[in-house]
Design a protein around this ligand. Sequence first.
Ligand code: FE
Length: 331
Amino acid sequence: MRGLSVMLSCVILLSVPAFAGEELVVYSARNEQLIKPLFDAYSAETGTEIKFITDKEGPLLERLKAEGKNTPADMLVTVDAGNLWLAASVGVLAKVNSKTLKANIPAHLRDPDDRWFGLSVRARTIVYSTARVKPADLSTYEALGDSKWKGRLCLRTSKKVYNQSLVAMLIARHEEPKTEKLVKSWVANLATDVFPDDTKVMEAILAGQCDVGIVNTYYFGRLEKKQPGLPLALFWPNQKDRGVHVNVSGAGITAHAPHRAEAVKFLEWLSSEKAQNLFADENLEYPANPKVKPAQSVAAWGKFKQDTINVSKAGGLQAKAVMLMDRAGYK
Ligand code: FE
């Protein structure tokens, strides 16, 4: 008996250090406050140490390109399918063939070539003044170009990738000529100059400068947290046709990852039921894994049908979207 227990403890001792010595390096465009709790949870569970640097997506991509084969980074975490698509298209991300990731992440939220995977979902939807607009007045993104919204619409700048992705998806659905007409009709309805961020769009509606706008859901969530009961609400457009435009934040394994096998394990863990709320809830996003429920305050905005066109289209059509918005006078 004694011999057996000695043997067992030896097996345990031998198996632990082999696992605990692992290390991973992550480059993240998502800020520390959002990713650190995930890294800590993974380290506590597996013993793998995670080092990371955070920066804006542009500098991180330049850094990965410059470092090439010598990069210390195993994983890139960033927001917007447009940015993930760009990273993949310049060759800094590697294919990952994982049954776990394919099972956990719906096909429209990941790269068709398996180089990146959405891990949380944000909807870019309509926000309106509950004092001056009835939900019945709203229907689709397209209808925001109707003359009844003349002087009542506020938009964020077209320079932001979120709007470039939104317009790219409209091009995917309507082709360019119809999308250009549509964007022109939005511009014609603008109450004022475009805003630098989504929060300013909502503040303008609150201030009575305009009545409707388009924002990412989590910015609404942040404002709602600060000002409970504020006279704004989200509206889910296009429910009778393609659904609401969604985007992702997500991750990919770098092309020259020094710890590829461990990085794939970590990515699979991020898509799992136990990690998905940690990834999504802090930023008031929706888990990408459909088996996982969103946080209560997010669920309270109601259920909606999302557009299931692959989010990678946002990247492929981004350059066309930028030129189209320019032609349409959307600043
Ligand atoms: Fe954002």
